[in-house]
Design a binder for this molecule. Structure first.
Ligand code: ATP
Length: 239
C-alpha cells in the first residue's frame, strides 16, 4: 500500500475539560475516499474540526504527507493542501457565486493561477457559470453544495474534509454530488475524508469506512466489507 497522506495517531480532543475523542487513530491512502460514520454525538464533526485545526488536539499526532500538522494554524494548513468544507457549507449568503469562489482562491499565490482555477471550477460545475452574478443564497441546496465544493477546490487541496455534504439534499442530488466527488478523486488524485449520516450514500462512494462510537474508532474496514457484512451493518450502522 502506498504511504498514507493523512495519519491520525491516538488523537484526544474535545471542548473545555471534557474530551470527545479518546485516542482516535486512522490513516488515509492518497487518492481514496474514507467515510466517517456513527451516531449523533459520536464525535465525527469534532474529528474533522481537530484535523483542520479548529479544535485543539489535547494529545496524539496528526501527520499530513509526512509532516506533523498537529496544532498548525488553519491558514497554514490550507497552504499545506488541507481544506475543510464545514456542515452548512460555510458560504457567504450575500456574496455572489463568483465572489464566494474567489474567496476560496485567496490562498493562491498568483492572480493567473487563481483565474485558471476559477475557470476549471466553472467547467466542472455546469450549473454555476450562469449564476455567477447571483448571491449564493439564491442557489438551490444542491447548487450550494457544488459551490462549496468548488470554493474548496479553488485552494487546490490534496486533502478535502467534508462534513455532511448530503444534508438537506434530495437523493438524486446527493447521488450526483457523490458521483462528482468520486470523479475528482479518480481523475485528480484528491483524497477525501467525509462525515456522513447518510450511510448508504457515503458507502457508495467510499473506499473505506470508519465507524466512531463515543469518541472511539470501533470499526475501520473496506467500504465493500461494511456494505456486505450484515452483522457489521446491523450492529454498527443500523441498516
Ligand atoms: P452529529 O452527527 O450529531 O453532528 P457528531 O458525531 O458529529 O454528531 P460532534 O458534533 O463531534 O458529534 O459532537 C460530539 C460531542 O461533542 C457531543 O456530545 C456534542 O454535544 C459535543 N460538542 C460538539 N460541539 C461542541 C462545542 N462547541 N462545545 C461543547 N461541546 C460540543
Amino acid at each position: 500500500m502506498s504511504e498514507a497522506l493523512l495519519t491520525v495517531d491516538r488523537l484526544t480532543a474535545g471542548y473545555g475539560d471534557a474530551p470527545v475523542l479518546h485516542g482516535v487513530s486512522l490513516s488515509l491512502a492518497p487518492g481514496t475516499v474514507t467515510a466517517v460514520l456513527g451516531a449523533n454525538g459520536a464525535g465525527k464533526t469534532t474529528l474533522l474540526r481537530t484535523v483542520s485545526g479548529l479544535v485543539r488536539a489535547e494529545s496524539g499526532r496528526i501527520m499530513l504527507g509526512g509532516e506533523d500538522i498537529t496544532r498548525m494554524p488553519v491558514e497554514r494548513l490550507v497552504r499545506h493542501g488541507l481544506v475543510h468544507v464545514p456542515e452548512g457549507r460555510g458560504l457567504i449568503a450575500e456574496l455572489t457565486v463568483d465572489e464566494n469562489l474567489r474567496l476560496g482562491g485567496l490562498w493562491r499565490r498568483g492572480h493567473a493561477e487563481a483565474r485558471r482555477s476559477l475557470e476549471e471550477v466553472y467547467n466542472l460545475f455546469p450549473a454555476l457559470p450562469a449564476r455567477r452574478r447571483q448571491p449564493s443564497q439564491q442557489l438551490s441546496g444542491g447548487e450550494q453544495q457544488m459551490l462549496a465544493l468548488g470554493r474548496a477546490l479553488m485552494a487546490r487541496p490534496r486533502l478535502l474534509l467534508l462534513d455532511e455534504p448530503s444534508l438537506g439534499l434530495a437523493p438524486r442530488v446527493t447521488a450526483d454530488f457523490m458521483g462528482l466527488l468520486r470523479h475528482l478523486v479518480d481523475s485528480a488524485g484528491l483524497t477525501v475524508l467525509v462525515v456522513e449520516q447518510n450511510v448508504k450514500s457515503a458507502l457508495s462512494v467510499a473506499d473505506r469506512g470508519v465507524v466512531i462510537s463515543l469518541g472511539r474508532v470501533v470499526v475501520a474496514a473496506a467500504a465493500d466489507r461494511l456494505r456486505g457484512d450484515n452483522e457489521l451493518r446491523h450492529h454498527f450502522l443500523g441498516f
